[in-house]
Design a protein around this ligand. Structure first.
Ligand code: SOE
Length: 396
C-alpha cells in the first residue's frame, strides 16, 4: 500500500554539542517509533565554526549547516527552532525566532536572568496568539517513571503532599584540575550547579506536585575558585590548557523552601559529589504514601503505600516498562529498559503533537520563568546570609 507522505516540520537546531547531539537523536528517532502527525525534517544546524558545524551536520544527520543563526530563522523551510546553545544567547535567539513565526524549543534553564525570562515569556505569549508554540527543555519530565509519579500524585495515591526532598548529584568537577568550560562562566551559564542541574529538580518539584515555590532560603558554595582554561571542549568532555582562569559560578547549591501549599522542600545540587554521576533523586512524601525516583535506576519508581499493614508494608519497586506506562507502548517488551536519550525523544514527540494539534506544550516559557525566579531567589538569599526570600508569582 502506498502511504501518503505526512506534512513536514522543518527543524533548525542552533548549537551541536552535548545537548545538540541528544536533540538530533530525538528528532531522528521520534518519527521512527511514534506515529506522529508531522514528519520532522532535520533541515539545518547552525554554529559559529564553519568546519565544526559542517562536520556536526554530517555526523548528526542534518541536511545543511549554517554559521549565522539569523539566516536560519529567515528560511521558509524552517518551522521550528531548537536552541541548544549556552544560556547567554537563549533570549535573543528565541525572541527573534518567535517574532519570525517559528515554534521554539529552548534548552533549560530558560535564560540567564529573570529579566530575560520575563521578556521571553511575554514574547511566547504574544506568539501563541498567532499559533506559534514554545517549550522549555526540562527533559526529565518525560522520563516514563516520572510521568507515572506525576499521574499517581494527581490521582491522590499518596494523599496530600507533605514534603519533597530532591538531590541532583554529579562529580565531573570534583577534580580541581577539571577544565574551565562555559558551564563555569557566569556570563555564559548564568549560574553553576544551581541553574545547570538544580533547575531540573526545581522544575520536577513543580511538575510532580502541581505547585509553585512560595519562598526559599539558599546557600551557594564554590569549592574551587580557579581552574585550567579549557583548550578544547565538547559538552562535558574537555581538555585543559596551561592558562588558568577564575570560576565565577557556584559548585553546589543547598536550598530549603516552601511550596504554595506550605509544604516544605529540601533541594541539593552539586557537581562535586564524588561517585555520583547523574544521581537525580526525588522523593515526595504524602499523607498516605510516598514516591521515590533515582535517575541512576531510571526505569524504576518506588512506591510506599502507608495504608498497607505495617507487617508487610515497604517501598515497592515498580518497573516502569509496561506497555500501559507513559510512552512505553512505542518501545521494547516489558523489562527492556530505556535510557537518558529517551526523555529527549518523548519531548520531541509531545512538541510535534502540540504543534500539529494547535496546543501549547509544557513546560511553557511561563513555567521556565517560575524556575528562573526560584534560582534568582536562591542567589539573593545566599548573598544575604541565607535569609528567607519570597519567590514572586508570575503575575507580580
Ligand atoms: C551537565 O551537568 C548536564 O549535562 C546538564 O546540563 C543536563 O541538563 C543534565 O541532563 C545532565 O548534566
Amino acid at each position: 500500500m502506498v502511504q501518503t507522505p505526512k506534512p513536514r516540520l522543518g527543524i533548525a537546531m542552533i548549537g551541536y554539542a552535548f545537548m545538540g547531539r541528544a536533540h538530533s537523536h530525538a528528532w531522528r528517532t521520534a518519527p521512527r517509533f511514534f506515529d506522529l502527525p508531522l514528519e520532522p525534517e532535520l533541515t539545518v544546524v547552525a554554529g559559529r565554526s564553519p568546519e565544526r558545524v559542517t562536520a556536526a551536520a554530517h555526523t548528526l544527520g542534518w541536511a545543511a549547516a549554517e554559521t549565522d543563526w539569523r539566516r536560519v530563522i529567515e528560511r521558509d523551510d524552517v518551522d521550528l527552532v531548537d536552541i541548544c546553545t549556552p544560556g547567554d544567547s537563549h533570549a535573543e535567539i528565541a525572541e527573534a525566532a518567535l517574532q519570525a513565526g517559528k515554534h521554539v524549543l529552548v534548552e533549560k534553564p530558560l535564560a540567564n536572568s529573570v529579566h530575560e525570562a520575563e521578556a521571553m515569556t511575554a514574547a511566547a505569549r504574544e506568539a501563541a496568539s498567532r499559533g506559534v508554540r514554545s517549550m522549555v527543555g526540562f527533559t526529565y519530565r518525560r522520563v516514563p517513571a516520572l510521568q507515572l509519579a506525576q499521574q499517581l500524585i494527581a490521582e491522590g495515591r499518596i494523599g496530600t503532599v507533605r514534603q519533597v526532598r530532591a538531590q541532583y548529584l554529579q562529580d565531573w568537577l570534583a577534580d580541581p584540575d577539571a577544565p574551565l568550560t562555559w558551564r563555569l562562566d557566569k556570563s555564559k551559564a548564568g549560574s553553576g550547579a544551581l541553574g545547570d542541574i538544580g533547575a531540573h529538580i526545581v522544575d520536577l518539584t513543580c511538575f510532580l506536585t502541581g505547585q509553585r515555590f512560595a519562598g526559599v532560603s539558599g546557600m551557594l558554595q564554590t569549592f574551587v575558585h580557579e581552574r585550567p582554561v579549557a583548550e578544547t571542549a565538547d559538552g562535558l568532555r574537555a581538555s585543559a590548557g596551561s592558562q588558568r582562569g577564575p570560576v565565577t559560578v557556584d559548585d553546589a547549591a543547598f536550598v530549603t523552601g516552601r511550596l504554595s501549599s506550605g509544604a516544605p522542600v529540601i533541594l541539593e545540587a552539586s557537581r562535586f559529589a564524588w561517585g555520583r554521576k547523574n544521581a537525580m533523586r526525588i522523593e515526595v512524601t504524602g499523607s498516605i504514601g510516598a514516591l521515590a525516583f533515582d535517575f541512576e535506576d531510571m526505569n524504576v519508581l518506588e512506591l510506599f503505600d502507608a495504608e498497607e499493614p505495617a507487617r508487610t508494608a515497604g517501598f515497592r519497586r515498580v518497573l516502569v516498562t509496561e506497555p500501559d506506562h507513559p510512552f512505553l507502548e512505542a518501545w521494547w517488551p516489558p523489562g527492556h529498559g530505556l535510557g537518558y536519550e529517551h526523555g529527549f525523544t518523548h519531548q520531541a514527540v509531545d512538541l510535534i503533537r502540540a504543534v500539529a494539534n494547535g496546543e501549547n506544550p509544557e513546560p511553557s516559557f511561563a513555567q521556565g520563568l517560575h524556575v528562573q525566579r526560584v534560582l534568582d531567589a536562591v542567589e539573593r538569599s545566599s548573598d544575604s546570609g541565607n535569609r528567607w526570600t519570597e519567590v514572586p508569582s508570575n503575575t507580580a
